[in-house]
Write a protein that binds this ligand. Structure first.
Ligand code: ZN
Length: 127
């Protein structure tokens, strides 16, 4: 398969209200989260923003997928500017603060507390 034909597979598709660095693009009530490489292909006009069909020639007048008809050359960068919602952190359902708190608690628990007779006591108390 030629490189340009490589299909775009979103890293995540979520309802629009809502995490590697990823890129969110809003599409008809959903956020598509693309790998950095695929986002580059969209920016370079090598993938249709509307249907994510790979394009043989960058920035064609219209998308090559029959029935799509998206005017890539005229619209893609304009729409991308409006729809781009920034980088996202993928990997945890918790937000970053919650994740840091959770790791802090785990670190604290693992390192300073020990379980004995179902009572948790600080290690510093134990001989
Ligand atoms: Zn298209």
């Amino acid at each position: 398969m030629e490189r340009w034909r490589k299909p775009v597979i979103p890293a995540a598709v979520e309802p629009d209200n809502s995490s590697t660095m990823e890129v969110g693009v809003r599409r008809g009530g959903v956020n598509w989260t693309l790998e950095e490489e695929d986002f580059q292909r969209v920016k370079e006009g090598r993938v249709c923003l509307k249907c994510m069909e790979p394009q043989e020639v960058p920035f064609p007048k219209v998308c090559s997928l029959p029935g799509c008809g998206y005017p890539i050359k005229a619209q893609q960068l304009i729409d991308l500017g409006e729809q781009y919602k920034g980088d996202k952190w993928l990997g945890s359902r918790l937000n970053l603060d919650e994740e840091l708190n959770r790791l802090d608690e785990k670190h604290y628990h693992d390192n300073y507390w020990t379980r004995e007779h179902h009572i948790i006591i600080p290690r510093s108390v134990k001989k």
